[in-house]
Design a protein around this ligand. Structure first.
Ligand SMILES: *Cc1c(COP(=O)(O)O)cnc(C)c1O
Length: 398
């Protein structure tokens, strides 16, 4: 079978919401992927910052197999050993006090918004949520209300009670503060928005304002969390603790699992029955997640993300000095964005042809979020190919 065969069938049956690339993947291991024609790729996208420990890590595979044969699912009415273990671990590494498990990023953000409002209403304050321009928090109705207008078009009425301000503009934020505001949600490093980090001083001021006015601070670490930036969470680079933090993507080593965590102050406003989920945190998903976090510790992937990320960033910055195409290099650890002066889609296509998977986000930004255990040789090869392809584009443009 060829790549194109299943593509045709896929186009016949799947809702046309994704502009699919006609490549059919059938196998993955570590930083490598193979398509149905047996072509090998180096994966620098990692399922969009999901496969932080690489594809099909043997310890994650084993944990899934062993859990699947004992117990796949029970209701959250009951206790399950992997869920308890994962709860304890996440509380320990985050410095927050309580956790709730979900099945996706958007669901984590929805839950975070709900408990932030619950807390705010318990203090007789309003329920409005402030988010940032160019943010991305998911594709459900409430999460598109926090996000970019392009995701809202055609889906009205959009839930109200949401207001947006530019990132890193403290005066714009201050002008929206009132008794109506329940929470501020932001990504410490914006992902889909083009790998844009918040300024240290801005984040500190936001934190101070939240404390002063008793506004709930929510960090969305769905993309930046789980060792991606060289720390467990990007908040640890800034040394700033939110009231609520959302997770998903890298949390399950590929299994669909998300979470939100909060401090005791927020948790104390929650009562039995306030929120719920059928699948969230089931034994299979939490067993996979536990194994994933253990691999990160055992294989030293926190420091690996930092060292490899620094190396990659240095290389990209050096390329920028010699290239008329590269505008800026941004990000931390292995969450990097290369902003071009032109749309990045053409470059992404060329890389794909050469056997390297990356993607374009915010139109002009080449996003690099490879597995944290990607070998240095893969990164070296990638830099070589990237240089060649950029040179070719520059020549064609002249
Ligand atoms: C991907 C992402 C989401 C949405 O996650 P889904 O699992 O696709 O719902 C939310 N916030 C951020 C920061 C993300 O990167």
């Amino acid at each position: 079978m060829q790549n194109i065969d299943l593509h045709i069938k896929d186009q016949q049956f799947y809702l046309p919401t994704f502009k699919r690339i006609p490549i059919t993947f059938i196998k993955g291991l570590g930083s490598r992927l193979w398509d149905i024609e047996n072509k090998e790729y180096v994966d620098l996208l990692a399922g969009i910052a999901v496969n932080n420990v690489g594809h099909c890590h043997p310890k994650v595979v084993k944990a899934i197999q062993e859990q699947a044969k004992d117990l796949i699912h029970i209701s959250n009415f009951f206790v399950s050993p992997p869920q308890v273990a994962l709860s304890e671990l996440l509380v320990n590494i985050s410095g927050l006090d309580r956790v709730f498990f979900t099945n996706s990023g958007a669901e984590s953000v929805e839950g975070a918004i709900k408990i932030a409002r619950r807390y705010s209403h318990s203090k007789d304050r309003g329920g409005k949520i402030i988010s940032m321009h160019n943010s991305f928090h998911g594709r459900t109705l409430a999460t598109i209300a926090t996000g970019q207008p392009k995701y809202q078009e055609g889906f009205g009425p959009i839930p109200h009670g949401f207001v947006q301000v530019p990132l890193n503009d403290i005066e714009a934020l201050k002008s929206e503060l009132s008794e109506d505001i329940a929470a501020i949600i932001l990504e410490p490093i914006q992902g889909e928005g083009g790998i844009r980090p918040a300024d240290q001083s801005y984040l500190q001021e936001v934190k101070d304002l939240c404390e002063k006015h008793d506004i709930v601070l929510i960090f969305d670490e769905i993309q930046s969390g789980i060792a991606r930036t060289g720390k467990w969470f990007a908040k640890d680079i800034y040394g700033i603790q939110p009231d609520i933090m959302t997770l998903a993507k890298g949390l399950g080593g590929g299994m669909p699992i998300g979470a939100f965590l909060c401090n005791e102050k927020i948790a104390s406003a929650i009562q039995f029955g306030d929120h719920g989920t059928t699948f969230g945190g089931n034994p299979l998903a939490t067993a996979a997640s536990l194994a994933t976090l253990q691999v990160i510790v055992e294989e030293g992937l926190l420091s690996a993300a930092k060292t490899k990320g620094n190396w990659l960033k240095d290389q990209l910055n050096a390329m920028m000095l010699e290239s008329s195409l590269i505008k800026e290099v941004r990000g931390e650890g292995l969450m990097l964005g290369v902003e071009l002066h032109i749309p990045a889609a053409d470059l992404v296509q060329r890389l794909l042809k050469a056997g390297f998977i990356a993607n374009a986000t915010a139109i002009n930004v080449l996003r690099l979020v490879p597995p944290l255990n990607i070998p240095m040789e893969d990164l070296e090869k990638f830099i070589e190919v990237l240089k060649e392809e950029i040179k070719k584009i520059e020549i064609e443009q002249k």
